[in-house]
Design a protein around this ligand. Structure first.
Ligand SMILES: [Zn+2]
Length: 73
């Protein structure tokens, strides 16, 4: 078990505070739900790196690793 220092603690000290802050921001975006490109519901969640799934219609979409393929509304 490694010591954690905040949400980006798993990256250790090697990236510096600025980048870790950026990573935390990105992870917050990841955790939010996004708009499904198919049904338009805000139900798209990241299931794994680059894969997003709509909880409403079940559509799976491949997208960029850290951001969904659709833009937020
Ligand atoms: Zn959908």
């Amino acid at each position: 078990m490694t010591k954690r220092a905040g949400p980006a603690g798993r990256f250790g000290p090697r990236y510096g505070m600025t980048l870790r802050k950026k990573i935390s921001e990105i992870e917050q975006v990841q955790r939010k739900r996004h708009v499904c490109p198919k049904c338009g519901m805000k139900a798209l969640v990241r299931v794994s790196t680059g894969i997003w799934q709509c909880k409403k219609c079940g559509t799976k979409v491949a997208g960029p690793a850290y951001l969904p393929p659709s833009k937020e509304v």
